[in-house]
Design a protein around this ligand. Structure first.
Ligand code: ACO
Length: 311
């Protein structure tokens, strides 16, 4: 099996920024509480934008960075839990707006905060089983539309945004592990037709789940790849709470700086958090050839997934 190469990346964010102080005027909270408990300082919120327009713009930005014939894009996968429509898919609209060939496989994938990792796994499998030259992976979320802005325990955590990554097959390392533990008790958002279609969670239970599976996942992917943490350049975890990442990075003394953290800027953007982080790393010139990254997603399902990729 071949691995994957990141050809280019892009992101898109709404114009409106909501600070912790802004939220403290809506619910009984404070900048101090949010910062110390989560690491979040601000997040973006859609006004004119939505999940579809963010996905389209992130994808457009990724494609702009790549010197390719867009007819060579064989598939578009949008990881999202906040699509505008039950159908058509967000991915179908991306096809239209980017003027991609009709000869493209385009679909949405719903797997909450693990969605981008699952899209990556499907993308990798497609690159190894079809003649697709390029695949566009997008994580796009308008979390603000599934947030109850009277619930201070959830509304401070989330933000809107999208990230996109164009990939192709390459002769480099790729390993991935995926886990699912069906559970509707600790983290749920009801679907179409529900009166209370808002994020509901047991924050403490999610916290414990996250720190457990991140450590387990990182150790397992390292073992599967016959590597140690010293071989890795960056670890990009889903950005749910800085305290979760701080907890995990303490388990890897001497390698704490490899854990990428940008949650202060965006809050938790669910399926978009990892591709947004990858776009930032690319902008900083950190994804030069030969870099080894662990990507670690976790979230509702419950599900978790780790991939080891080489740029
Ligand atoms: N501002 C002020 N006080 C608050 C707020 C707020 N925004 N939210 C909750 N509190 C209060 C609670 O009401 C509680 O008050 P009480 O003691 O009077 O009852 C107190 O703070 C402590 O509440 P806890 O829930 O114990 O606070 P904790 O330190 O666990 O932090 C948090 C809560 C931030 C949600 C944490 O549990 C967490 O991050 N869990 C992970 C959840 C997560 O990341 N979910 C994201 C979605 S899932 C995903 O992306 C994987």
């Amino acid at each position: 099996m071949k691995g994957i190469q990141i050809v280019s990346t892009g992101k898109a964010l709404p114009e409106e920024i909501i600070t912790n102080d802004d939220l403290s005027r809506i619910v009984d909270t404070s900048d101090e509480w949010i910062t110390t408990r989560t690491g979040i300082k601000k997040r973006y919120r859609c006004r004119q934008e939505n999940t579809t327009s963010l996905a389209v713009n992130a994808a457009r930005n990724a494609v702009k960075q790549a010197d390719i014939n867009t007819d060579d894009i064989g598939a578009v996968i949008v990881a999202t839990s906040t699509a505008e429509n039950a159908f058509p898919s967000t991915a179908a609209i991306v096809q239209k707006e980017l003027g991609l060939s009709e000869n493209v496989l385009a679909f949405d994938l719903s797997s909450a905060c693990t969605g981008f990792l699952h899209a990556l796994n499907v993308g990798h499998a497609l690159l190894n089983s079809t003649d697709y030259k390029y695949i566009l992976l997008i994580g796009s979320e308008q979390m603000s539309k599934i947030i109850d802005y009277t619930d201070r325990s959830t509304c401070v955590l989330f933000g809107d945004g999208a990230g996109a990554v164009l990939i192709k097959a390459d002769d480099n390392m790729y390993e991935q592990i995926n886990y699912t533990r069906g559970n509707e008790d600790v983290l749920v958002c009801k679907g179409l037709g529900a009166q209370d279609a808002y994020v509901q969670m047991n924050g403490n239970a999610v916290f414990r789940f996250a720190v457990d599976v991140l450590k387990q996942g990182i150790d397992e992917i390292l073992k599967k790849s016959d590597m140690t943490i010293a071989d890795i350049d960056y670890i990009v975890c889903h950005q749910a709470n800085e305290r979760i990442i701080n907890h995990v990075k303490k388990k890897y003394p001497g390698h704490e700086d490899k854990f990428y953290v940008n949650i202060a800027e965006y809050g938790n953007t669910s399926a978009a958090s990892i591709p947004i982080a990858l776009d930032e790393l690319a902008e900083k010139g950190c994804l030069n050839k030969g870099r080894k990254l662990i990507l670690a997603g976790f979230g509702a399902g419950l599900s978790w997934s780790c991939a080891l990729i080489e740029t």
